[in-house]
Design a protein around this ligand. Sequence first.
Ligand SMILES: NC(=O)C1=CN([C@@H]2O[C@H](COP(=O)(O)OP(=O)(O)OC[C@H]3O[C@@H](n4cnc5c(N)ncnc54)[C@H](O)[C@@H]3O)[C@@H](O)[C@H]2O)C=CC1
Ligand SMILES: CC(C)CC(=O)C(=O)O
Ligand SMILES: [Mg+2]
Length: 370
Amino acid sequence: MAAASDRVFKLLVLPGDGIGPEIIRETLRIVDWARNAGLRIELSEGLAGGASIDAVGAPIAEDVVEQALASDAVLFGAVGGPKWDHLPRAQRPEMGILRLRQALDLYANLRPAVCFDELLDASALKPELIRGLDILIVREATAGVYFSLPRANEVGPDGQRRAYDTQAYTEGQIARVCRTAFELARTRQRRVCSVDKANVMETGALWRAVATEVAADYPDVELSHMYADNCAMQLVRRPDQFDVIVTDNLFGDILSDAAAALTGSLGLLPSASLCGLGQGGRSRGLYEPIHGSAPDIAGQGVANPIATILSFALCLRWSFDRADLADRLERAVRHVVYSGVRTPDIAHAGIAAVSTIEMTDAVLTALHAQ
Ligand SMILES: NC(=O)C1=CN([C@@H]2O[C@H](COP(=O)(O)OP(=O)(O)OC[C@H]3O[C@@H](n4cnc5c(N)ncnc54)[C@H](O)[C@@H]3O)[C@@H](O)[C@H]2O)C=CC1
Ligand SMILES: CC(C)CC(=O)C(=O)O
Ligand SMILES: [Mg+2]
């Protein structure tokens, strides 16, 4: 293996739709900073989502999937928008990201929700409830109800329209994501809360049983179980009780948007999708904000780029083996937030909000001042 300084890392960039290209454009300025700091990155760019549908008639072309498989990391914006909402499910933009997660077997979707003290006023909750908040949601991302078959939206034998999806998990799919959660808990407060609906769903009962079995290999980590509906309530009642949450694809999707509101904005939360932690800092991963393409603000230049910039920090840490640069980038973002620079989503009355570009300018200034 080449030494870290010799290695050229391949980064595939897929901006997508809506605010995707706006936040990716800015994050590429941060990628340039990393290159100037000595990291050798070979960049390529491709189409995903609605942009790909418009150009080639599919939410992601197979050669783009091949390119992703041949890359060390993918930096993803967001896909989707009203223009493509009428399309049949399999042809919609969202299939682009689902296909990538599955093709790259990125079963562990890490969604850290950290509250910056300076943003206590931007949160939906009282400051005393969220001060010091640091939750890691580990969401299973390649199985469950987003992928399982059969599914249909059809006219049934009685002439009524009917629709169904299937929630299915194997023990292997549950065990591997639970292992990732336990491994990560060992680097934190050593507490895992496994979230399911074991009271009403067969998949929930299996999830709970497998999480308990996996826990036997991690006697130093405390495991608790919680039903997903209660978890949603506990997240807004007393979020500081959580360290690592491990849960399925659907619950993880929903609970992480709720966790974002605790930190102040959906525009702040990054994510890393990994095929486990086996490769350490050289894992192949896909990095994207947890939010979507935000059609309501697209084209206005006001989207918060922090979620995507912090996703690149995760890429530096998990795929490019440069925890040092990741730390510097995260410090710079913290500094900018502390100094009161705010896009509209985190601004409060009495301060002038900055644009997507100005927020990135501020992060770059902070990086260069370090
Ligand atoms: N991974 C992906 O590509 C995802 C795609 N989507 C797609 O995105 C489209 C819009 O979905 P929504 O439900 O509206 O969710 P969304 O996450 O795009 O937006 C929800 C709300 O948060 C705001 N928001 C999101 N990101 C922001 C940012 N960076 N800065 C400031 N405000 C921000 C939006 O303006 C909106 O008010 C849909 O087509 C959906 O399918 C949704 C989630 C994930
Ligand atoms: C396929 C995505 C649109 C689902 C989602 O909301 C997410 O992964 O955060
Ligand atoms: Mg989501």
